[in-house]
Design a protein around this ligand. Structure first.
Ligand SMILES: C[C@H](O)[C@H](O)[C@@H](O)[C@@H](O)C(=O)O
Ligand SMILES: [Mg+2]
Length: 393
């Protein structure tokens, strides 16, 4: 080891929880559009149909992990997962990080993953691993004085272009986005009337926005195969660019069956998927064309390198879900990630504000539908210390 950066060791790991938006962008007040009438798997129960807050989509809160090296330099990463994920970081994952040298991400990730398989692989545990991994990449960039995208091989394009997710694609178009993804309102329990209404909404937006604007539907795991087949057939004449996450993540076979009737509409999924093997299933059995790992949920940057290479071999795009700066630093380095998602997090979807607002300072936000990344070290953002970070032990 002849490089000073390689012998700097990590001396501490700290986990915090924040409520009220941030990495857990579903943690909003109940009148926010993202918690409104949107189809979900639990919409089959009428009492949980009108509001996603009613069944607890906003309960978790954001997780923040700081890693500090022996010279006092601090890197941080974020995820959802709130208190239970913070507990896992403090009481289980920390031991695999303290004492490692700065830059030892692959080994640390492998140890964290293998030590948690007996209760992990997905969900909260992957949230916890993600925040630690992102903190380690942030620290490695800061110690070397480089943006994370340089650690990943450097940019393949000068700027990132975006589509916007939310109920106001008209505003997205005016603000320079290349497309808009609508949340699907009705699921199978709303019957044929609901299906017709889904089609009417899409058709009206297509007529208003013109043919060259990408328009997608996000089904958030809420459909069954017959409904999805009918919905897609009815929407194809209106230029449905992709249909997203029609089924629950484990139902790779319904994905594969739907894929048979889709072209030229693309099949997108993966925001609730994790592990290299999970994505292999989605690509191989599910025949998905666009995979959407969330970098703050899938385990951070370290597994993304393998997942993205796998997708490239299947001819699939990698358009990460949400992910803010963590997505931007990754996307700019990959040929098969031609654009990015921006999730509209202003309450009525009319304003373009930072995706993880109010958690980060200097979080880049699309202007004219684009972002050019700075050369600040690490992920180039700081924690907003004006909001209350609750330390968990
Ligand atoms: C709007 C969607 O229902 C989700 O809330 C969002 O997280 C998502 O699935 C997305 O793709 O952005
Ligand atoms: Mg989605």
């Amino acid at each position: 080891m002849n490089n000073e950066a390689e012998i700097i060791k990590i001396k501490d790991v700290r986990a915090y929880v924040v409520k009220g938006g941030g990495a857990d962008y579903h943690d909003q007040s109940p009148n926010h559009w993202i918690l409104g009438y949107i189809a979900t798997p639990i919409s089959i129960y009428p009492e949980y149909r009108a509001s996603r807050a009613s069944w607890g989509l906003n309960v978790l809160g954001s997780l923040i992990v700081e890693v500090e090296d022996s010279r006092g330099e601090v890197g941080f990463g974020v995820s959802t997962g709130g208190y239970p994920a913070a507990w896992i970081v403090e009481n289980h994952l920390k031991r695999f990080v303290v004492g490692k040298y700065v830059g030892e991400m692959e080994k640390t990730w492998d140890q964290m993953f293998k030590a948690t398989i007996f209760y992990g692989r997905r969900g909260l545990v992957m949230n916890a691993i993600s925040a630690v991994d992102l903190a380690l990449w942030d620290l490695a960039g800061k110690v070397r004085g480089l943006p994370v995208y340089d650690l990943l091989g450097g940019p393949v394009r000068d700027e990132i272009v975006f589509y916007a997710t939310g109920p106001r694609p008209d505003i997205a178009k005016k603000k320079g986005f290349i497309g808009g993804k609508l949340p699907l309102k009705h699921g199978p329990a709303d019957g044929i009337e609901g299906l017709k209404e889904n089609v009417r909404i899409f058709k009206e937006w297509r007529e208003q926005l013109g043919d060259d604007f990408l328009l997608m539907y996000d089904c958030w795991m809420s459909l069954d195969l017959p409904y999805a087949m009918r919905l897609v057939s009815e929407l194809k004449p209106y230029g449905l660019y992709w249909i997203e996450e029609p089924f629950i993540p484990d139902d790779y076979w319904s994905y594969g069956a739907l894929a048979q009737i889709l072209p030229p509409t693309l099949l997108a999924s993966g925001e609730h998927e994790s592990t290299l093997h999970g994505f292999r299933m989605l690509l191989e059995a599910g025949k998905v064309n666009v995979i959407q790992p969330d970098i703050t949920w899938v385990g951070g940057i370290t597994p993304m390198i393998k997942i993205s290479a796998l997708a490239e071999a299947y001819g699939a795009y990698v358009i990460p879900h949400g992910s803010s700066v963590y997505g931007y630093h990754f996307i700019i380095t990959r040929v098969n990630s031609p654009f990015a998602e921006y999730l509209v997090v202003s309450p009525d979807a009319t304003e373009i504000i930072p995706q993880f607002s109010p958690l980060l300072l200097n979080e880049p936000t699309p202007e004219n539908g684009r972002i050019k990344l700075s050369r600040k070290p690490g992920f180039g953002v700081e924690l907003n210390r004006k909001i209350e970070l609750v330390r968990v032990k």
